[in-house]
Design a protein around this ligand. Structure first.
Ligand SMILES: [Zn+2]
Length: 392
């Protein structure tokens, strides 16, 4: 696929130097910042709003006395004890605006196709330096202020809250008591919007943690169908998968084709993986799903499986192409609500493709959940021995 179709500029990661300078700036609150940044609940006030208001459930929400977030004339506003802060271009001082412009230009230069379209275009360079006119749409999500160029919706910059000194001082000045730290609620999934499940087979593997990280970065989860004999020595990967809210399913003991097996061998392939995952995970995790290698199922498998048998309806052919663009293209070509996508976390190209694929899918409006969550959200009960491809 062409990269120019795909000029999504997810640039914002928390930059160490910024954190450091802010910690110096707000040195009194150092512990609070560190704790909050590490645990991801710094802006739980905003999170609650984002989950609730973002879904159109409320126009405004009072989180605690004297603190309110709402939208007025399409501008998000935050009230705190009579003061109001608008989420718009006035949020940034000149230095911060310059940094946003630089980062957008750098990221465009990184992407050759887009650079040819935009990056060496003098008109574009002139326009972007006029920050207030160029970026004229502001919103926020659970971790950042989202700055958009309305003419080209692909030009998006996600500014972490802590990179706006005005935002930080407004939120935290004159707060005397410790903020209430609430661990993030489970992600809110809107059952009326498209939901799909990414699945990763044949791990755990050296690439698995990177995939888990990418999913986490985009507030998403997936299902990992693991091969039992691969687990020994990779217990930390198993725990990492689970700690980030993902699901683990069984994918046999040693990737044997499970057709015409005698009972003893069939039992080993179906259930040893369950035992090793239970033993390897801190919370004695119980596998609830199974995917037979190659999707090969006979009556024996069906009758003896105490798990629902989860196949897929979209094969990315990552095992065959080993090509990043092709993996992404196969995944998005026909994807629709209720689909299950097959990937393998044992390939480097899959790891790399997922970094682009996840934001593309989210941008297309898909919510990424585990297979169990997918069926649960659609109100379909998974039954032992039955075969599932996707939800139609
Ligand atoms: Zn497999």
């Amino acid at each position: 696929m062409k990269k120019s179709n795909n000029t999504i500029l997810y640039i914002a990661t928390v930059l160490i130097f910024t954190i450091t300078s802010l910690i110096i700036l707000f040195n009194i609150k150092e512990d609070y910042f560190q704790d909050a940044l590490e645990n991801g609940f710094l802006f739980n006030k905003i999170n609650i709003l984002d989950y609730q208001m973002g879904k159109g459930k409320y126009d405004s929400i009072n989180i605690e006395d004297g603190f309110k977030v709402y939208k007025e004339n399409n501008i998000v506003k935050i009230d705190k004890n009579e003061e109001t802060l608008s989420i718009d271009s006035t949020l940034l001082n000149d230095e911060e605006k310059t940094r946003v412009i630089k980062n957008v230009i750098y990221s465009i230069k990184d992407d050759k196709d887009t650079y040819n379209d935009l990056g060496n275009n003098q008109e574009f360079l002139d326009e972007i330096h006029n920050f207030d006119e160029f970026f004229d749409s502001f919103d926020f999500d659970y971790e950042s202020i989202i700055i958009k160029h309305t003419k080209d919706q692909n030009i998006i910059y996600k500014l972490p809250y802590n990179e706006s000194s005005k935002f930080m001082s407004f939120m935290f000045e004159n707060i005397e008591s410790d903020p209430i730290l609430i661990k993030l609620e489970e992600r809110y999934i809107d059952p009326n919007k498209p939901i799909i499940a990414l699945t990763f087979d044949d791990g755990p593997n050296i690439y698995t943690k990177d995939i888990v990280n990418t999913l986490k970065q985009f507030n998403s989860v997936a299902t990992f169908f693991v091969v039992g004999k691969n687990v020994e020595g990779k217990e930390d990967i198993i725990n990492n998968i689970l700690e980030e809210g993902n699901e683990i399913g069984g994918h046999s003991w040693d990737h044997t084709l499970m057709l015409k097996l005698d009972y003893e061998e069939l039992y080993k392939q179906l259930y040893w993986v369950k035992d090793v995952i239970k033993a390897s995970s801190k919370e004695e995790y119980e596998i609830k799903l199974f995917r037979p290698p190659y999707g090969a199922i006979d009556d024996n498998v069906r009758i003896n499986s105490s798990y629902p048998l989860i196949l897929w309806n979209i094969d990315t052919y990552d095992w065959k192409s080993h090509d990043i663009d092709s993996i992404i293209e196969e995944a998005i070509l026909t994807v629709k609500d209720g689909d299950i996508i097959l990937l393998h976390d044992i390939h480097e190209e899959t790891r790399d493709a997922v970094e682009q694929l996840v934001p593309i899918l989210i941008d297309k409006g898909f919510q990424l959940v585990t297979v169990s969550q997918l069926y649960d959200l659609k109100g379909i009960e998974l039954k032992a021995g039955e075969v599932y491809y996707n939800i139609k």
